[in-house]
Design a protein around this ligand. Sequence first.
Ligand SMILES: O=C(CO)[C@H](O)[C@H](O)COP(=O)(O)O
Length: 223
Amino acid sequence: MYKLGPSLMCADLGNLEQNMKELDKAGVDFYHIDIMDGKFVPNFTLGPDFVKTVRKLTDTPIDVHLMIEEPERHIDLFVDCGVEMISVHQESTQNLHSLLSRIKNHGIKAGVAINPGTSLEFLDNVYDLLDYIVIMTVNPGFAGQKFIPTMYRKIAKVSEIIKKYNRNIEIQVDGNIGANTIPKCEENGATMYVLGTSAIFNSHHTLEENVALTRKLFNHETK
Ligand SMILES: O=C(CO)[C@H](O)[C@H](O)COP(=O)(O)O
């Protein structure tokens, strides 16, 4: 079961409603929304008002990726937007366990996003709270970057670790996910795919066609 989630920072924001109509028609599984504060990452992107707009436009699950410092100060703001999933970075908070507990207490899925240079040992302390782990396959901040090849091994390692925990934790991959990278991500155990400029938000085909072409890259069925 594999899930596809367009990264809305890469959408045509002047045409958001139309873009989302096409993507919903194409049957995407979730929408990925990147929140950047210019501190934790060197860029600014979307915020809670944008998330609320997306919520009004679709019933498809919304996955918020918080690339911000002190996310504990803002969790409630994003929960109140009506999202289904929130991921945070271990490097951005003093107390990851309590932050993940807070997300779970709101009845939504909790994820941890892992930067390319961050090791995996900390997972042992929080795995009981995790619904998904996001392997950043680029350094977070900008769309259109190159996949870091050593991240394939990291996906495989996380996959092994999850088996050891014996819990149903999904592996999401984010950053330059497309024709050149999906087959190897799948081989190594990724289950959720964030689709940006490489896979769908480019001018080669319509969004619906790009989603259909992306599905063809998988050996197994999506969803
Ligand atoms: O998290 C991100 C950047 O930090 C984006 O979601 C991601 O990079 C998607 O865009 P692309 O496929 O162009 O890399």
